[in-house]
Design a binder for this molecule. Structure first.
Ligand SMILES: NC(=O)C1=CN([C@@H]2O[C@H](COP(=O)(O)OP(=O)(O)OC[C@H]3O[C@@H](n4cnc5c(N)ncnc54)[C@H](OP(=O)(O)O)[C@@H]3O)[C@@H](O)[C@H]2O)C=CC1
Ligand SMILES: O=C[C@H](O)[C@@H](O)[C@@H](O)[C@H](O)C(=O)O
Length: 315
């Protein structure tokens, strides 16, 4: 697989640049998810991305316990774990309790990174989507961030950050934050290159993590336009790689970290094979010219409500 580089963010131990995502579609049962995660640890993954909303915290926790039992890792510190505050907890007094709930699901004493999942608040817990319009309200960034800072100060997480924040939302956050966000996790792949947001984050010292780097192939929030892209396919064939590897390598060469999900033994290994080769300038330029389109929208999750569409439209 080649040696996996790590990124140092504040007080965290190094974050392996490629992590395993755990948002499965169709949703995986606890046993399936747990077994896939143990397999990923066996294959060499040390960075895992979960969220309260994915219901994958419990299987991830069980997989970590199992990996420790099996001796696949010697201590929990060898793993980098990210989880996320769901929108229904985006209220000053609910942030620390939500963090504790996630730790309980994970059977862990701390996570390495805690992110605000989306810059919006839901007034109720919902099990069904689309969410009724009257339950979707703006999030008070200042007070929610105070709760996130509490989580870090209390030692529940090594670092805090955000996800799906636009330049505008980051500006708002930076103007009130005592601890600046370490990370902004956003969709990024050859068809949605996030040029503007990446430049903004670089200037402000915020590290970008790319999600859905394969276009979320086969899920309800993505499609096959990356893994079946002609331009990527041509490069892949010429280099003896797969379109997925070409996409992941292209994302990696932009200085960001990546979370990508596969619960398939062969594909999770395939996705690790991006560190012992590089794209030529000509290949990169070809990929850079691909027409852009945003894949993952909040509207596809919560419904096409005005506030949600506003968030989807911001870059
Ligand atoms: N912060 C946020 O709002 C969001 C965060 N995320 C996080 O990012 C992670 C990754 O993003 P995700 O949306 O899952 O999408 P990805 O782009 O990582 O694609 C995952 C899908 O592609 C398939 N796949 C994996 N490897 C290959 C391959 N080599 N060739 C072909 N198909 C492949 C997987 O199926 P299979 O398992 O069968 O291999 C899965 O269906 C998530 O799991 C989640 O942790 C995702 C969306 C939003
Ligand atoms: O059930 C669906 C999944 O949780 C999906 O909502 C996420 O992957 C999402 O795109 C995210 O916000 O992270």
């Amino acid at each position: 697989m080649g040696c996996m580089p790590e990124i140092t963010l504040g007080q965290t131990s190094g974050m392996p640049v490629l992590g395993m995502g755990t948002a499965a579609y169709p949703p995986a049962d606890v046993e399936t998810a747990k077994n896939a995660i143990v397999e990923a640890i066996r294959a060499g993954y040390r960075h895992f991305d979960t969220a309260f909303a994915y219901r994958s915290e419990q299987p991830l926790g069980e997989a970590i316990a199992e990996a420790l039992r099996l001796g696949l890792v010697k201590s929990r510190d060898e793993l980098f774990i990210t989880t996320k505050l769901w929108c229904s907890f985006c209220d000053r007094d609910q942030v620390v309790p939500a963090m504790k709930l996630s730790l309980q699901n994970l059977q862990l004493e701390y996570v390495d990174m805690y992110l605000i999942h989306w810059p919006i608040r839901l007034t109720q817990h919902v099990n069904k989507t689309p969410v009724p319009k009257d339950q979707i309200v703006p999030m008070d960034i200042k007070s929610v961030w105070e709760g996130m800072e509490d989580c870090q100060k209390l030692g529940f997480t090594k670092a805090i950050g955000v996800s799906n924040f636009s330049c505008k939302k980051l500006d708002e956050l930076l103007s009130v934050a005592n601890i600046p966000p370490a990370v902004n996790q956003v969709e990024m792949n050859p068809l949605w290159n996030q040029k503007q947001l990446r430049e903004f984050c670089k200037e402000k010292g915020i590290h970008v993590t790319a999600y859905s780097p394969l276009g979320a192939n086969g899920t309800k929030w993505g499609d096959n336009r990356i893994v079946e892209c002609d331009v990527l396919d041509e490069i892949a064939k010429a280099r003896g790689k797969t379109t997925a590897q070409v996409s992941l390598r292209w994302v990696y060469e932009h200085g960001v970290s990546i979370v990508t999900k596969s619960f398939n033994k062969q594909r999770m290994r395939e996705n690790l094979g991006i560190f012992d080769w590089s794209l030529t300038e000509e290949e990169s330029n070809k990929i850079n010219e691909l027409p852009q389109r945003k894949g993952v929208t909040l509207a596809s999750i919560l419904g096409p409500h005005e506030l949600v569409l506003e968030i989807d439209a911001e870059v």
